[in-house]
Design a protein around this ligand. Sequence first.
Ligand code: SF4
Length: 197
Amino acid sequence: MSAVEELEKIRNEALGCQKCRLKTTCTHVVFGEGSLKGSIMFIGEGPGRDEDIQGKPFVGRAGQLLDKILDAGGFNRQEHVYITNIVKCRPPGNRVPLPDEREACLPYLREQIKLLDPKIIVLLGATALQGLIDPKGKISQVRGQWQIWENRWVMPTYHPAALLRNPKLKAAVWQDIQAVVHKYREIVNPDHYSPYC
Ligand code: SF4
């Protein structure tokens, strides 16, 4: 079975999953989407209201901001980036997913990482940081600093929703994305074009 076929199999499993309570209140399971051949994976917290309605990741206001951030780095969802979340079902009222919910959902994310094999992972916000690489990590302390996790380059940064609440964080995220662009040029494509860096 090819990686794409395996990913589709895992996706179908997730669509029918009832491993945690989030399934009982969500509308759609939001598995993730984007380039299956890109080298970058962005990981957020969980689907919000718009994502839950549409069944797609990062399509609300935070998603539109993420698209602008990607644009600035010369990246897009079709060619370079796959986007998913720590939990695939929306927590009610957009609350933070609970530890047991994160743990129940983590095997899907791990399969996505294994099958898509991204060279660079960008963690968006504290839940992504804590859910994947460091349960006690503080995003304000580690953002902007490359982490090596399971032989991959990992850049923690703020979640776009945090930027909507506090626009002063935009400068930090822009620095972090510039670092991602430089790393991408270094390890994936030296000719990568970004309009701003
Ligand atoms: S959040 Fe994840 S573990 Fe929980 S029901 Fe949805 S797919 Fe399953």
